[in-house]
Design a protein around this ligand. Structure first.
Ligand code: NAD
Length: 495
């Protein structure tokens, strides 16, 4: 078992975590708190403040007050403070990774090697943005006119994040927003607030001015809804479920807020008969069971071409059978626990349905007592075949370690079936035929297609969904456009 970092023990020893409002750490106005449980063993590890609309109002006011100064701070000065913030994140990677693993159960090997360093690198990348926000000069046919465009910050941006990649989402969204001169109110998921609060402390230590970044923890239905409807919030950026995304659009519509939505998915992962089979098996395993399937891009619909179906299914089942499920701090565990009891019950209900509809190839139950720590919610990697295309298991985001494997005959057929979904976030294609890879990638309705790989990200590559997986993009130049307004300026040079 991994030892707890002393700074994490100190952080967790506080009776309750506070909200960051206007540069001060304060209790919720109501004084209410909520418990944070460690999903690996069910132990209570901390209390967080349970904010509500009043706390959101105070945080938005603080952000609004900070905006005139931050938005006119020289790009070089904004860069310097964000660079310091990024360095602090990288210096504190171990403790941030531990906090994330403690609250969402993701194996520590993953949070330490991926989530925390990616968070630091995203912030470092954002620190280069302020002097790269460019306008253009535009030739027009009206004599004497000099026309140029400017990209200006929006004002206060409300950012709402989920629990499954809290460090990554924090940096991916807050980095560009602050870099462009906006001020932010963050509402992190209740199940993953601790690491975001620690990031808030590091932001303060880096010298981010008071009110520039505010963090209000609390329930989505109260705190998140208040943030997304607040009249002084110019834009809401959320990563979360499609249902919550829709409710946010409704809340934002009254004041026509800009909205960026990174939502749910049901990603198809397609293996053609000419694929490198061992690579595709490993790729399909990671796609389906990475983070115990609690990933927006989880390759939970696995389509395998008929000639290799039986062999592939055997190898895939063998690979998943070898995966150890365990405590996030158990260095041998490839899969951690399910994040909470609600999600655990929901996944098991899908599994029971699958047992009546198809053939269970592996798993199908909660992990047996004695094989995993007591108090945690653990589910065996579960594989079904023979599930119908119109089943809930094919259509709905299960968000757990459950994958359905389907047989297909032709390229045309698999494209049709892959696209037969309301979602469109991500897809995988496995083939050695470059022309086929290019045809299928073009035909798939998804914001990202991985060919002979899966789950790859970079902060300069746009990421976001088609259809009900949302709109707008994180990362790349699109993420700067998402946090700025475009203004055209006409100057009469004859005046
Ligand atoms: P969720 O939608 O339940 O919650 C997301 C955030 O929204 C949380 O902070 C929550 O408190 C808040 N919220 C809940 N109700 C709200 C409301 N009425 N108004 C405003 N805010 C509200 O999602 P989750 O369970 O935290 O995360 C899992 C979901 O996120 C999955 O659907 C997954 O696919 C999606 N996700 C998408 C991406 C992506 O990039 N597209 C990445 C990760 C996760």
């Amino acid at each position: 078992m991994i030892e707890l970092h002393p700074a994490v023990s100190t952080f967790l020893s506080r009776p309750s975590q506070k909200l960051l409002v206007g540069g001060a750490w304060v209790d919720a106005v109501s004084g209410k708190t909520q418990r944070v449980l460690n999903p690996s063993d069910g132990a209570a590890v901390a209390n967080i403040a349970s904010g509500d609309a009043r706390d959101i109002d105070l945080a938005v006011s603080a952000a609004r007050s900070a905006f005139p100064s931050w938005s006119t701070t020289a790009p070089g000065a904004r860069e310097a403070v964000l660079r310091r913030f990024a360095s602090l994140i990288l210096d504190h990677a171990e403790e941030l990774a531990q906090l994330e693993s403690i609250e969402n159960g993701k194996p520590y090997g993953h949070t330490l090697s991926i989530d925390a360093p990616v968070c630091g690198r995203n912030m470092m990348n954002a620190s280069g943005i302020p002097s790269r926000i460019l306008g253009e000069t535009i030739p027009v046919s009206i004599p004497g006119m000099f026309v140029y465009t400017r990209r200006e910050p929006l004002g206060v941006i409300g950012i709402i994040t989920p629990w499954n990649y809290p460090l990554v989402h924090f940096s991916q969204k807050i980095g560009p927003a602050l870099a462009a001169g906006n001020c932010v109110v963050l509402k992190p998921a209740s199940l993953a607030s601790l690491c975001c609060l620690r990031l808030g402390e590091l932001a303060v230590e880096a010298g981010l001015p008071a009110g520039t970044l505010n963090i209000v923890t609390g329930q989505g239905s109260a705190t998140g809804a208040a943030l997304s409807a607040h009249p002084l919030v110019a834009k809401v950026q959320i990563t979360g479920s499609t249902a919550v995304g829709k409710s946010i659009i409704r809340g934002a519509s009254e004041t026509l807020k800009r909205v960026t939505l990174e939502l749910g998915s049901k990603a198809p992962n397609i293996v053609f008969a000419d694929a490198d089979i061992p690579a595709a098996v490993e790729g399909a395993f990671l796609a389906a069971f990475g983070n115990s399937g609690q990933s927006c891009v989880a390759g939970s619909r696995l389509y395998v071409e008929k000639p290799i179906f039986d062999r592939f299914a055997d190898l895939f089942v063998e690979r998943a059978k070898r995966a150890k499920v365990g405590h996030a701090f158990d260095s041998g565990a490839e899969l951690g626990p399910i994040v909470d009891r609600v999600q655990f019950d929901s996944i098991l209900a899908y599994i029971e349905k699958g047992k009546n509809e198809g053939r269970l190839l592996l798993g199908g139950s909660a992990c047996a007592a004695g094989t995993v720590p007591s108090g945690g919610c653990y589910i065996e990697p579960t594989i079904f075949s023979g599930i119908a295309d119109n089943s809930a298991l094919t259509r709905e985001e299960i968000f757990g370690p459950v994958v359905c494997i389907y047989q297909f005959d032709t390229e045309e057929e698999v494209i049709r079936r892959a696209n037969d979904t309301r979602y469109g976030l991500a897809a995988g294609v496995w083939t050695k035929d470059g022309a086929k890879a290019s045809r299928v990638s073009a035909a798939i309705e998804a914001g990202v297609v991985w060919v002979n790989t899966y789950d790859k990200f970079a902060n300069n590559v746009p990421f976001g969904g088609f259809k009900e997986s949302g709109y707008g993009r994180d990362n790349g130049t699109a993420s700067i456009e998402a946090v700025t307004e475009l203004k055209s300026v006409w100057i009469n040079t004859n005046a």
